[in-house]
Design a protein. Sequence first.
Length: 204
Amino acid sequence: MSSLILHEYAASANCYKIRLTAAHLGIALERREYDIMKGETRTEAFLSGVNANGRIPVLQVGDDYLPESGAACLYLADGSPLIPHDRYDRADMFRWMFWEQYNHEPNVATLRFWRFFIGEAGLNDLQRAQLPIKQAAGDAALTLMDEHLAQTPFFIGDRLTLADIVLYAYTHVAEDGGFDLGRYPAVTAWLGRVAALPGHIAMA
């Protein structure tokens, strides 16, 4: 495998997804930090050299740059047990990964950023108006997860896949965004199972 460099902001759970995937696979990553609160991903050097979209994470593979956390996780995990061999299970894993980006991350992660990093006093009027909408949508996502995890130890059967990794990242810090994880016992139990697995690393 080519040399791997993770361009990241360590406090971002999207970046953590990639580090956690690599940790479970025993893959070493060089880490390069950018402070998004200071606009370091909006500089000309970053936009022209790392990601024209001005966002992290970006996984650098040799001379190539791969943005989007899910794509980077898939690159690292290709051919590993983190991606099911069974055709249906593999598609179901993708289903949860797509769902995370469409239903979970835009609500759970956004409220974490707004409340934990910016603070409600620093939000604009539009953002403040969206708070109850995103809170309700995030709770709906956590409820769906809880119902699913009440029936299975991991998202795809009885073992860890990328679906668990990408959903763990923002779920385990959801309380930073104002969500009460105590309302979701199956989710809480699953968080404990994931954290207890060999190879697990904390977000740092």
